[in-house]
Design a protein around this ligand. Sequence first.
Ligand code: IPM
Ligand code: MG
Length: 354
Amino acid sequence: MKNYNISLIKGDGIGVEIVDEAVKVLDAVGKKFDINFDYKEYLMGGCAIDATGNPLPQETIDGVLNSDACLFGAIGGPKWDNQPRELRPESGLLKFRKEMGVFANLRPAIVYDELVDASSLKPEVIKGVDIMVVRELIGGIYFGEPKGKTETKGWNTMVYEVYEIERIAHVAFKLAMKRDKKLCSIDKANVLDVSQLWRETVEKIAVEYPEVKLSHMYVDNCAMQLIANPKQFDVILTGNIFGDILSDEASMLSGSIGLLPSASTGEKTAVYEPIHGSAPDITGMGIANPIATISSASMMLRYSLNEEEAADAIDIAIKKAMSEGYRTKDLAAFDAKEVVTTTQMGDIITSYLK
Ligand code: IPM
Ligand code: MG
């Protein structure tokens, strides 16, 4: 029997409920494919502030670095919004990404056929959309120096070094090779020097991937094209802040933020998490959609543990739950046969894995 050490960070708000469902599904798929998962839980975000005064305790950093992969729920909430910036849950998250060295953030935007009506866009525009946004996660304006704030002035610096652009470009080209071999790199090279370097560097890396069709697009145009004609995109490669914005936009093509997973990978370890937040407004009500987290567990099996078969089994089980008409409340309006709770959705997906 194979054994993997999985670190769990449930976090705040609905994080706890949705990670519990993903663990249930992992255990079921483990039974089916003879895989054992050893879980260890770590604190981060608001719950860590409450317990230790620090949004990212050292124990969490060490524990996750020593695990095979990390499954992450969500962090933050109004309770911690008025803390000084260093003590906010978000600061813990950014430090965590940096410490883990997870420079590549993969955010798929997939439209499930059963849910084409859930999008605010016309079905013919979004049916068949399958985009992978590759966002650089530990550089750019989020981390650049100098930065600061006085009474009358605030400033941040968008900076990228060639090695940072090269390594994320390789990730994107490799993914494109496994998909439709189309890569669109997003920048603002008409205005920003940092973007000009980005574009030149991506061009250089492209030579190593002659089969991939590379194009470039300005970020403002990309924001428009994602709505006008999203099917033109296969892999989108972009820096930290543009990727933050564009991945939120792309996620909405699918209609529900409760469906989409993400992977953050690098040289040391990898972190898998739903793209949505901790949703304090619905915490504890049993209505959160656990699918984004279950789907993140599937990405973990596929990309970190090389358990492709098990990952496929989870993806098939999720699709089956959709096509059978089971919906959590967020998607109740779209061809629901039965509206189910968070736990029931976990149970239904688990039952398809037996
Ligand atoms: C995300 C979030 C984070 C980010 C915040 C919570 C710091 O918006 O993961 O996209 O901006 O990266
Ligand atoms: Mg964001």
